[in-house]
Ligand binder design. Structure first.
Ligand code: FES
Ligand code: FE
Length: 449
């Protein structure tokens, strides 16, 4: 596929993309995982205008705490301000483009670019320039030459989300019918979520969408991909695993995920795989709170996997929160935090964090299975024939369940992933005027501080 640089031929692009991705037929062309021009469009038309996870707010509890994150390939610094609010700005000096911060996290009063020493405060405002009165003919306009602020930030259930698009709907509106499922994953108890320990980061030679679509839709891989890990974790006298008929959801905005519907058997499984303390906490603390907040029917539904479009993944049972960070068409970086309800007992968090590392850490026994699959899908796409192959995404059709908003159905189903690609197609076919109108127009757009 050829996408011209500069002004994008939007009609032509949309037409060509619709041939490659046909959600209504459940057909997807393998090149969407490897085409460099599609990748560039994703950066400007999806990552530069969607709500993206920046970090849990517990990562920056005190004034001056900072965490360097990514929005697509754009590095941003997220900082707790003196008044307790949060600011985020591009980690790019406005002088010659150096990094304002080389660290990954910490506490500071200001950011001094290591190249020539321009200095910015914790909100990204330019505060001083070395020898300014000697080397410039007039004082620099501080407002004009401050770091580029992320104009939209919102915190939900302890998670910080940012968006570059000032005209985008708010975060909850962007969830559409998936808002309740977002709450059932992340807002189970009153205090929201906090991270235990830091963040795991690792790279995988696979396109970011392979992880995102799996977390949106795919319970079907579980018994095949993870059979060895399941055997290792399951007592010999336990009944064999078989396909479980849970439920999946999706919304018009491309979000998706799954639930198990039998909480008692889930509690038993949790006791087996993550210890009795985790199971007791779930039955005695978590579920009564969920029931109170969302009603009995929803308390019986235990979230298993989810992806909030485009790139925020979560496995509630394993407490692993993911950001799929694109690193080119054929590589992603996975950032993973271990999350707990704020106020959980220390012993419980410690014990479960170990299990999370063992199962879904960078070397986790389940993580390795998933990673191997994504790499296996990606590797052949260097080939001229493999990248021209159509792939099948036709499994499952929606079914209505009373009281469940959005589009729902039984797992295993791939209609949530088909919805993911409908949203992907819609965004990729719509120009991001702030970036594409002309090569210089974004300099004038109002989010430039
Ligand atoms: Fe930052 Fe020169 S590039 S001070
Ligand atoms: Fe898996």
């Amino acid at each position: 596929m050829h996408v011209p640089t500069g002004r994008v031929d939007t009609m032509g692009v949309a037409e060509r993309l619709r041939k490659l991705v046909r959600p209504d037929e459940g057909v997807i062309h393998a090149s969407v995982y490897s085409d460099p021009e599609i990748y560039q469009l994703e950066l400007s038309r999806i990552f530069a205008r969607s709500w993206l996870l920046l970090c849990p707010d517990s990562q920056i509890p005190n004034a001056g705490d900072y965490f360097v994150s990514y929005m697509g390939e754009d590095p941003v610094i997220v900082v707790r301000q003196q008044d307790g609010t949060i600011a985020a700005f591009l980690n790019q000096c406005r002088h010659r483009g150096g990094a304002l911060c080389r660290g990954e996290s910490g506490n500071t009063k200001n950011f001094i670019c290591t190249y020539h020493g321009w200095t910015y405060d914790t909100s990204g405002t330019l505060t001083s320039v070395p020898f300014e009165e000697v080397v410039y003919k007039a004082p620099l306009n501080r407002a004009k030459w401050s770091a580029r602020r992320v104009p939209r930030l919102e915190v939900h259930h302890g998670l910080v989300f940012g968006c570059w698009d000032e005209d985008a709907p708010g975060f909850r509106e962007s969830l559409g019918e998936a808002a309740v499922y977002f709450d059932l994953n992340f807002g189970r108890t009153e205090g929201g979520l906090a991270t235990y320990g830091g963040v795991y980061k690792w790279r995988v030679k696979a396109n970011w969408k392979l992880a995102a679509e799996q977390f949106t839709t795919d319970d079907f891989h579980f018994l095949t991909s993870h059979s060895s890990a399941l055997t290792a974790l399951t007592p010999e006298d336990a009944p064999p695993f078989s396909i479980v008929r849970g439920r999946v959801f999706t919304s018009s905005k491309g979000h998706g995920g799954g639930f198990l519907m039998e909480r008692d058997s889930f509690a038993t499984a949790l006791a087996t795989t993550t210890g009795q303390a985790a199971s007791n906490y779930m039955m005695e603390v978590e579920l009564p709170t969920v029931e109170q907040r969302y009603g009995e029917a929803m308390a019986n539904a235990t979230p298993t996997f989810a992806n909030f479009f485009p790139s925020t993944g979560y496995l509630h049972a394993n407490r692993t929160l993911r950001s799929w960070i694109p690193r080119g068409p054929d590589e992603m970086e996975i950032w993973a935090w271990t999350l707990f309800d704020r106020g959980s007992p220390d012993e419980l968090m410690e014990e479960r964090a170990k299990i999370t590392a063992m199962t879904f850490g960078p070397a986790g026994i389940f993580e390795q299975d998933d990673t191997a699959n994504w790499v296996d899908v990606q590797r052949p796409l260097g080939g001229a024939i493999a990248r021209r192959t159509k792939l099948n995404m036709q499994m499952g059709e929606p079914t209505s369940f009373e009281g469940w908003p959005g589009m729902t159905g039984f797992d295993s189903s791939e209609f949530p992933a088909r919805n993911f690609y409908s949203r992907w197609l819609q965004l990729l076919s719509t120009p991001n005027h702030a970036l594409e109108a002309s090569p210089t127009d974004d300099e004038e757009c109002s989010h430039v501080r």
